[in-house]
Design a binder for this molecule. Sequence first.
Ligand code: ADP
Length: 859
Amino acid sequence: MLRVISSLKENGKQLKLSSYKIRTKDDNFVFLDTYGIPLKNNEGIYAILNIAKDITFLKNINLKLQVSENKLDKICESIPLGFHLYSLKPDRKLVFIGSNIAANEILKVDCSKFIGMTIEEAFPPLMKTDVPQKYKEIAKNGGIWKWDQIDYNDKIIKGAYEVIAFQISKNEMVASFRDITQLFKDREKLQGSEEKLIKLNKRLEETILKQTREFNESEKLYKSFFDDSPIAIIIMEMNLQFLITNVAFNKAFGYLEDDIIGKNIKEFCFYSPQSFDTFIKSIQVLKEKLIPLSFEAEIYKKDNTLANVLVRMNIISLKNLKLIELMLQDITELKESEENFKIITEQSFMGTLIIQNEKILYINKAVSDINEYSIEVMLNWSKHRFFQNIHPEDRAIAMDRFEKRMKDSLKVYDPYLYRFISKSGNIKWINIYSKTIQYHGKKAILITLIDYTDKNLAEEELKKSEEKYRRLFESSKDGIAMTDLEGNFIDANKAFLDMLDFNKDNLKQINFNQIISTDINIFDMSIQNNEIFIKNYFQEFENVLTKKNGDTIPVNIKIWIKTDIDNNISGFWSIIRDITQKKKEEKLREEFRQSLEEEVSKRTQQLQESIERQNLYQAEIIKVSKFKSQFLATMSHELRTPLNAIIGFTELLLEETFGPLNKEQNEYLLDIKTSAEHQYDMISNILNITQLESGQIILNKQKFSLKTILDQINSTLKPMYTKKKLLFLIKGLDEDIEIYADPIRFKEILLNLLTNAIKFTIDGEIYLTIKEYFDKWMFKVKDTGIGIAHKDFNLIFKDFTRIDSTYVRSTPGTGLGLSLTKRLIELHNGTITFSSVLGVGSTFTLFLPKKSKKLDVII
Ligand code: ADP
């Protein structure tokens, strides 16, 4: 005060206003601006007139602004987003004016050194991009610009950054950014691993296809054999469950697939009880020894008749499964009339006998005439005893042919000449003819014998037979060899010699045991184990033989006994078949199976690993995105509160409640108000979207009157459309209706669409049409505005995206309205679509379900 007085004295007037903080009576403070006018008389100043103006209110606003600015500063300094502040100078240069701490940390340089530089000087690589231009536009015109990735490298600062640039006040803008190098790398990694996976997948598919093709070839062979075979085949699993039968089986035995497939033989058994026992025993042997087996069985057909069947069993490998293959051959021939048969045969000069189950069941007098034994004696004979009548040299053939006849592998009419030895030791030449017949419901062999002992006749027949035998022996494709009891070779056919590269002379010097790759003497084994005695037939096994040059070949060997005239074992017959091809196929199948298994397990592991990697990346991305949403939600909220105060107080000032404003003051306050409102809108939208994303928005659905809401909407929009001289019409709402939705959100949706329509229409009209469907409401907002180009259709629902056109730039907006609207509609289980023609207008159509079927969920 003293200073004021002395200045008044000196200058004769007060040069500027003085401000005072004065304590009032009630202990509060007021702020005053004072101006002193000197009152003078002749003696000079005799008093001072003091005019005081209460400026407490203005001071308070300033204080509040200060507080909110401090808050903003604090946020800026503590968030993990880098901020660069720029100012657009009148010469159109964009000058760096400041940054926050996070900016230094993200870029790893002290950004304060850029202060005062133009953007091009501070960040030279940006010169090549349109970034400076974009920033300048934002600083000047406002708006928001988001870039997913700016690759930057000036040797000191390097990396990929996500940037959001926005205006903070006229000619000032902020570029906020975060480092997404790692995110980007992760994304690339993810992409890389995906590509690898696709490639791998393709390769694997190709291999599998190729191998499946190869496998199919060999499987096809088996399948055609299976389907076309005249022999009935059944495939069973190792646990004796029926897996599949072929057509021949179904035809021969009358069973349908449904009768049998999927059942276990224990619950569905077509064997007679006795045959079932044999079957179970044979299965055990098959599983232990893994060699093919055969046995005769009685099988009930579907019509309950009994059939005699030869069952051959084998274990086959299909893919990686082991299965049992049963081949059933009906060996029953037509039943003949026993009576007729007896009448004829008893008078016949032809010897006739019937052998069934290894026993002689019927024999006539003519046989007794030939071998001099009585019928009674012979009826107690077994089959083997009967064969002892045959000369030892002919016996093996006779037995082989008998077995073949049993299996129906002899021609129907194929007689053979043998030497028989009679009770008194005479040799008789007997022509034998055999045939399978049905005897007492079971298969039997009928043998007829004709005495050919008349020398000439016999010799001629013998010659013929020997020739035939020789021819057979020599022309057989299988190797046939004859050895003595120790295994020394006596004779062998050409096929056998060719197979091993021997000639007849070398053969005489070697023993069968020398060329077979087993330590056991196979002939000893054959005698000990074997069914040769029991069945008087052959033993069959697979082994490997060594050729003359040392190479080996896999073979299937059948051995049976050769006896001499006194029925002593004198040696062995062997039939050897080259199974190289079969082995190769088996090996191939095994190899393929193994490689497939390996490939599949390798691939499964790779897949597992890559899934784990993907899960990790995904978890990381989800974490980052959640953090972002939560951070933005909190930040937006914090930013919105001080803005409310700014807008509120600015409005109060503008209404001149606290005194008149001059032109400049009015203009600046309007600027503050528009910028703050723009910022408020943007922050509200961000807050809404992030709350939606982080699942914080829950709909509060209820019934409400549509008309009431539309009235509210109309009064909000009225100033906007009247100012632009546009017509706004609501169609289709003749009477009030009730809608079930969240009223606040519903209002927000319609307001967004209608504000856009008004904003982007220069002249013409805006229609809101309401229509009711069976289960939904339709709301259509149609305008005659600037329209949207087809190429921009995919942009408009994206966050922060506005269409790049002069008109759009001239309107305020954040590019968030439609994306928020769409999310809110979807939260209501509704849909939104639009159509638009550039320069003609746009129509946005939204459908809301009348009542959602689902419970309202938190998204
Ligand atoms: P904002 O209106 O804040 O720019 P929106 O998300 O609401 O953001 O809209 C995105 C953009 O879609 C707008 O910037 C504008 O380019 C375009 N758009 C929206 N509605 C219309 C309309 N009715 N006519 C023409 N363009 C529109």
